[in-house]
Design a protein around this ligand. Structure first.
Ligand SMILES: Nc1ncnc2c1ncn2[C@@H]1O[C@H](COP(=O)(O)OP(=O)(O)OP(=O)(O)O)[C@@H](O)[C@H]1O
Ligand code: SF4
Ligand SMILES: [Mg+2]
Length: 319
């Protein structure tokens, strides 16, 4: 069974512009995303800055209400706020900047206890002793000592704070953790340690990850499957090896041809000419048409669906 699946998931934000905020505009952050995840698998999600990766993670977590489409988590259809706890029982998220998501006035132990208290409120009470044991087990799993549990977030390095962030996700025993740029703020040597920690947890506990990253080499290394996003749509998806060795979509081909780590919040500017359309515009044809070297006149008329091609899926009229 899939841990989660989305069907045509759409997320539009309404933003107000102008001095008096009189102009209402729609940001089309997700335009019909259909994806799914199997147990124990790491799904890499890549694409340029602003293509909708974080929005996908947050909508999947129920942090943003979906605009339309379906979201199914552990077999249950997610309709709205009432289903949030069901989602949190199965999916947790780790952010790029764990400091921002940790309460500076709470010790690590208190921060780790918080998700358990929410669980208790949902009728799954744990005794004080069980909670203490769980916190200690999680501290050990993420490589922190009991004594460090009594300290405050500002007393830790970036890598240690990310360990706390992972611990907070882990304590709810989720089947899947969405890692949104979990290592991009860290030094390279610390990045390796955090990735090894995530790998060890996967081997020991069978956790699945959605690994969102601008670092294509890292995504290639950690993911079994990869999905490439462009302007709110998935343009290609498939086993990592197949996508890297024989990319089908012209956008994936451009991304991979860079063959270099991209800066955080990347755009691939020089490799492709043409402008990325604004997510404020409605694009009726292929979202990549304005930059595609293989564009045909028909490409601007209808949006290509994501179709199966061998082991991969691709959204391009020419493939
Ligand atoms: N809360 C919000 N309100 C309005 N617009 C938003 C909001 N969050 C994201 N957006 C817009 O939705 C689009 C997708 O943004 P998102 O942050 O998901 O991209 P991303 O792929 O994660 O980019 P990055 O690589 O820079 O993190 C962008 O145009 C962004 O400006
Ligand atoms: S559908 Fe057309 S414009 Fe879009 S990627 Fe394919 S060839 Fe390029
Ligand atoms: Mg993001």
């Amino acid at each position: 069974m899939n841990i989660w699946e989305t069907e045509n998931l759409t997320k539009h934000f309404t933003v107000r512009r102008g001095l008096l905020k009189q102009h209402r505009q729609i940001v089309r952050a997700l335009e019909g995303v259909s994806l799914q995840q199997k147990a124990g698998e790491t799904l890499g999600l890549v694409g340029e800055s602003g293509c909708g990766k974080s929005t996908f993670g947050r909508t999947l977590m129920g942090l943003y209400p979906k605009t339309s489409g379906r979201l199914i988590v552990a077999g249950q259809e997610i309709q709205g706020k009432a289903d949030q706890q069901h989602v949190l029982n199965h999916i947790q998220m780790v952010f790029q900047d764990p400091y921002a998501s940790l309460n500076p006035r709470m010790t690590v132990r208190q921060s780790l206890l918080e998700p358990l208290t929410v669980r208790m409120a949902m009728g799954r009470a744990l005794s004080e002793g069980d909670k203490r044991a769980k916190v200690e087990a999680v501290l050990e799993q993420v490589g922190l000592t009991k004594a460090q549990g009594e300290r405050y977030p500002h007393e830790f390095s970036g890598g240690q704070r990310q360990r706390i962030g992972i611990g907070r996700a882990l304590i709810s025993e989720p089947q899947c953790i969405i890692c949104d740029e979990p290592i991009s703020a860290l030094d390279v040597s610390i990045q390796v340690q955090i990735v090894s920690l995530l790998e060890r947890l996967q081997a020991e506990q069978g956790i699945s990850y959605v690994f969102i990253s601008h670092d294509l080499n890292m995504v290639r290394y950690v993911s079994q499957r990869i999905a490439v996003m462009y302007l709110g749509s998935i343009v290609e998806e498939g086993p990592t090896k197949a996508v890297y060795e024989t990319p089908l979509h012209p956008y994936t081909q451009a991304l991979i041809s860079l063959n270099a780590p991209l800066a955080p919040h990347m755009t691939i500017g020089p490799v492709l000419t043409g402008e990325v359309p604004s997510p404020l515009m409605t694009v009726s044809g292929c979202p990549f048409a304005s930059r595609c070297p293989e564009k045909m006149p028909e490409c601007e008329e209808d949006k290509p669906p994501l179709v199966v091609r061998g082991q991969q899926k691709v959204a391009c009229w020419r493939r």
